[in-house]
Design a protein around this ligand. Structure first.
Ligand SMILES: Nc1nc2c(ncn2[C@@H]2O[C@H](COP(=O)(O)OP(=O)(O)OP(=O)(O)O)[C@@H](O)[C@H]2O)c(=O)[nH]1
Ligand SMILES: [Mg+2]
Length: 341
């Protein structure tokens, strides 16, 4: 079982204390308001805010990386919010600080998935040892994911031991979450004829742990059946991480059943990957991939905004869609307009 000391948190928050003109010292000291304001700053698209946000992230970067990063995904209604409330409280009682972030690019629910049902996380959101932040709203999945990644770094600098990143298991958002965490947990609910549905959709390929929710009362037999089916399904799949076999655990957010087992598996996964060097390798690969995603996003935006490109874009796009011009030739013409000579 992993505990706070196993996370190797620094005893003093700041080794190289940044200049006092930045909000970094307040964040490093664990000031929740400073943390919330910093996340608002990184979510802003104002160019001066973007510059400030990047300077802040550079300041806090040496103080990041100490949390266990866990992604949580599952279909609507599977019990994610209830699980996060129950599991978050369990972690806090174990002496840990917990941050909860979310990726919900659909923004169909006001304020994102977390704020929308804050009643389900009433106790956790009121606890000073927890920090809950809803998904940034609006924009592309890439933009939302970037801001969540940066928020994750800020919460780590603020001393949170465990960062939970939630997403609804639809579209590409679960891949975006899996690409920013150490461990990806898939929540499934008992019954409803939806067993193994996730496996068909490929989400199980991302799973390091499968959690069957609602294993209580009348639903318990169905939960056990689901556990058996998911175990059998996972058995047929190629392991995602060498040396790690995903377990399928029964939990209940009502009774608290299995929450200790979930934490044990998270700790074991973390220790296994850390010992083999896989954790460091994974995080390096994620950082490199993030950089390239940023390069492609930022170049793409500049490209579209470039006057010479913008003036010809509609015409060439139409030529391609109507089959009058090969796509590669159109791309080459636009790139030539972007960087003449
Ligand atoms: N019996 C039982 N019911 C549960 C449990 N966890 C959640 N539920 C119920 O399942 C329903 C959905 O729970 P939520 O926690 O809101 O699920 P969610 O995955 O966050 O749902 P969305 O945010 O809509 O995607 C609610 O009616 C909960 O009361 C559990 O452990 N046991
Ligand atoms: Mg929810």
């Amino acid at each position: 079982m992993t505990d706070a000391s196993a996370l190797d948190r620094p005893t003093t928050p700041a080794a190289a204390t940044p200049t006092p003109t930045t909000p970094a010292p307040a964040i490093l000291a664990g000031d929740r308001r400073a943390l919330a304001k910093a996340i608002t700053l990184i979510e802003s698209s104002r160019p001066d805010h973007e510059a400030q946000a990047q300077a802040l992230l550079a300041d806090i970067l040496p103080h990041t990386g100490r949390a266990i990063r866990v992604g949580l995904s599952g279909a609507p209604g599977v019990g994610k919010s209830s699980f996060i409330e129950a599991f978050g409280k369990f972690l806090i009682e174990a002496g840990l600080k917990v941050a909860v972030l979310a990726i919900d690019p659909s923004s169909t629910r006001s304020g994102g998935s977390i704020l929308g049902d804050k009643t389900r996380m009433e106790q956790l959101s009121a606890d000073p040892r927890a920090f809950i932040r809803p998904s940034p709203s609006g924009g592309s999945l890439g933009g939302v994911a970037r801001r969540t990644r940066e928020a994750m770094l800020l919460t780590e600098a603020a001393g949170y031991d465990v960062v939970l990143v939630e997403t609804v298991g639809v579209g590409q958002s679960e891949t975006a979450v899996a690409d920013m965490v150490d461990m990806f947990v898939v929540l499934v609910s008992p019954g409803g004829g939806d067993e193994l549905q996730g496996i068909k959709r490929g989400i199980m390929e991302l799973a390091d742990l499968v959690v069957v929710t609602k294993a209580d009362g009348d639903l318990e037999p169905a939960a056990k059946r689901a556990q058996g089916e998911y175990r059998a399904g996972l058995h047929l799949m190629r392991p995602k991480t060498p040396g790690w076999t995903p377990h399928v655990l029964l939990t209940s957010s009502v009774s608290g059943r299995g929450l200790d087992n979930v934490w044990q598996q998270i700790g074991k996964h973390h220790d296994t990957l850390a010992a083999s060097g896989e954790l460091a390798r994974l995080r390096r690969a994620q950082a490199r991939a993030w950089m390239w995603t940023e390069i492609e996003d930022q170049l793409g935006r500049r490209f579209r905004a470039h006057p010479a490109v913008a003036s010809r874009l509609a015409e060439l796009e139409a030529a391609v869609t109507e089959g009058r011009m090969p796509p590669t030739a159109a791309a080459q013409a636009l790139i030539a307009a972007f960087e003449p000579g």
